[in-house]
Design a protein around this ligand. Structure first.
Ligand code: KE4
Length: 437
């Protein structure tokens, strides 16, 4: 980094030095701390369209997009204007509003499997509620998830695979009771055989929860028929299938991954895009299933700010804009352009990478072999990715600060910005090659 830049970056460093004294790790969510890539996180002052500007005045082409929500780009004029009007009416009432009815109508209209929906305030709340619903409905306790999939920080999800395929889980964080962890089975993603084994071994599986396209081990698409296998075995065994579409919902198509892959889950969890950048989550299913949720039914779940008018306002503007199917065609072309360019740049530099992409979510893995699950994803060269990340950051491109995250393209990412990104990657990769790869 030039001396000018290192001086200029000092404001982020000063803020970070203060932050670590006051906030665990200096951040309000771990991935923001740059632990996966090293160095000082950039403190962001503002964002507009496809770019963010940090407190030192550096502007970056942003591919994090707040980890998915900003599909229309930052500070979208229509969203901001609608929020201004909503703000004048107050910020929270703790009482039902027309906005919540309109949001429910929008989600029901968009997501094929949802007839009824409950709003919450984060993806974690949505997934926690979804498994309580599944356990309450089935009277069973076991949950099956996939290695490398992340469903928020609920205790039942912070579990790592036990030894062997279908053995019971072990806590993956202090504070998660072993007694709870053992009710979560973890098996490899894209492994239909392991799925069969797990169900052969355990008759009391309440639900399978899956990222239909994984974002949280880096982007990993489902193999041909894998989602069908999951659907079939859950139907056969009366376990409920939960599609965690917090990231893929409204991202991969208006109806999410379930529309793209034509699979009907029993319960769907949503978040991110449906709040247009404000705190949000949701879970939905058939009326029969959802009417078990209090106060209609006896399975309890609640939230002070659920359906908050500001989040509903930003979410509704966003979702109504996404009724235009041509947006997804544009995002597909943009994703193809960017990822073809990144792959070509790596080939030219003679650096082994694999780029996985579905629509406008993607990851470039620094590895020479296909990435289809956590085992193959975890073989990626994290150090090399970290160096690539910083070489891109210095050239004004802000990638996800971890090899094991997905990047996101918005409607604000013009071809010019995509081409600038590819050019920056060409420079970064040739520098990596020259120095010591
Ligand atoms: P939140 O509780 O962070 O709103 O959502 C949890 C969640 C649930 N399900 C999926 C598929 C998710 O991707 C997430 C959250 N995604 C991460 C990005 N990997 C959020 C970023 C962060 O943790 O700061």
């Amino acid at each position: 980094m030039s001396s000018k830049q290192s001086e200029v970056a000092s404001l982020s460093e000063k803020l970070f030095a203060r932050a670590v004294e006051l906030i665990p790790g200096g951040v309000n969510s771990p991935v923001r701390a740059f632990r996966g890539v090293g160095g000082t996180p950039r403190f962001i002052r503002s964002a507009k369209g496809a770019t963010m500007t940090d407190v030192d005045g550096h502007t970056y082409i942003d591919y994090v997009g707040s980890w998915g929500p900003m599909i229309l780009g930052h500070a979208d004029e229509e969203v901001i204007e609608a929020l201004r009007e909503a703000l004048a009416q107050g910020t929270s009432y703790g009482a039902p509003t027309q906005l919540e009815v309109e949001m429910a109508e929008e989600i029901v209209d968009a997501v094929p499997s949802i007839e009824m929906v409950r709003m919450v305030n984060s993806g974690t709340e949505a997934t926690m509620s979804a498994i309580r619903l599944a356990r309450g409905l089935t009277g069973r306790t076991k949950l099956l998830k996939f290695e490398g999939c992340y469903h928020g920080h609920g205790d039942s999800f912070l579990v790592k695979a036990g030894s062997g395929v279908a053995t019971l889980g072990l806590p993956d964080s202090p504070g998660v009771p072993a007694s709870l962890a053992q009710d979560t089975l973890t098996i490899p993603y894209n492994d239909s055989l392991a799925l069969e084994e797990a169900f052969a071994e355990h008759r009391d599986i309440a639900a399978v929860i899956i990222e239909p396209v994984v974002g949280n081990m880096g982007c990993v698409p489902p193999r041909e028929n894998f989602l069908l296998d999951v659907r079939e075995i859950t139907r056969k065994t009366s376990a409920l299938l939960i599609f965690d579409e917090v990231m893929t919902g409204s991202r991969l198509s208006r109806g999410g991954a379930q529309q793209l892959y034509n699979i009907t889950p029993d319960i769907t969890t949503l978040g991110k895009i449906i709040g247009g950048g404000l705190p949000v989550g949701a879970y939905g299913a058939s009326r029969d299933i959802m009417n078990h949720i209090a106060p209609a039914g006896t399975i309890y779940q609640a939230g002070t700010l659920s359906g908050n008018p500001l989040a509903m306002t930003a979410g509704l503007v966003t979702l109504r804009r996404l009724r235009d199917a041509s947006i997804y065609e544009r995002l597909e072309r943009a994703g193809q352009r960017l990822c073809d360019g990144l792959s070509a740049a790596a080939r030219e530099a003679g650096i082994a990478t694999v780029t996985n992409r579905v629509g406008s979510m993607w990851t470039t893995f620094f590895t020479g072999e296909p990435v289809t699950d956590w085992t193959s994803s975890s073989k990626s060269d994290r150090d090399l990715f970290g160096r690539f990340f910083h070489l891109m950051l210095e050239q004004g491109v802000y990638l996800a600060p971890s090899q094991f995250e997905a990047g996101f393209i918005s409607t604000a990412h013009t071809d010019e910005l995509l081409d600038r990104t590819i050019e920056a990657a060409r420079t970064a990769l040739s520098q990596l090659k020259k120095h010591d790869v």
